[in-house]
Write a protein that binds this ligand. Sequence first.
Ligand SMILES: Nc1nc2c(ncn2[C@@H]2O[C@H](COP(=O)(O)OP(=O)(O)OP(=O)(O)O)[C@@H](O)[C@H]2O)c(=O)[nH]1
Ligand SMILES: [Mg+2]
Length: 194
Amino acid sequence: MPLINFAAREINYKIVYYGCGLCGKTTNIQYIHKKVNPNTRGKLVSIATEEERTLYFDFLPLSLGSVKGMKTRFHLYTVPGQSHYNASRRLVLQGVDGVVFVVDSQICRLDENVESYLNLWDNIRSQGDELNRLATVLQLNKRDLPEIFSPQDLSDLLNHTNAPVLESSALTGMGVFETLKTICKQVIARTAAV
Ligand SMILES: Nc1nc2c(ncn2[C@@H]2O[C@H](COP(=O)(O)OP(=O)(O)OP(=O)(O)O)[C@@H](O)[C@H]2O)c(=O)[nH]1
Ligand SMILES: [Mg+2]
């Protein structure tokens, strides 16, 4: 559920970019930070290793207009994709309203994508929720690379929530804002219906 501050007439939504190591989660957030109107964004906080692998999370707050007279703030987070950082992923997922599952579309990354998707289901369950009750978007990333699965094959495997599917190349920005817009709409629609 979003955090509502009635005094400040503000709704805060938490969106988490999830997916296997090196699939492009941090690249999404960095691109958004670079391109969004500076008046609408806060500071980008990244806790990473020297090799720029996410160690704990990235965090970027955005203020994007209003809904029914309430200001909407979106708190974007990424998780560390490397499998041994599960405790951090669980912490980042607490109180999540929407998940962007970022897929590395390369054929050689199939096992890592599947492991990460199952891990997402487990972690959401461990906090007493179900992934299909949350807003979700499937982002098929790295579409610029040569050896990749078709969108249909990836959706068949990794889309058990019937989420909207978007293709992207986070490195160039293709599909990054479309993904963001879609997940924002999904979280607003879900929580307005509650
Ligand atoms: N070719 C290509 N490379 C990409 C794309 N998106 C990200 N990358 C590259 O993939 C590498 C990993 O990207 P990150 O964004 O750091 O990956 P991550 O998912 O945050 O990884 P962890 O923090 O380890 O979980 C970097 O070298 C990026 O430049 C893409 O769409 N196409
Ligand atoms: Mg990262």
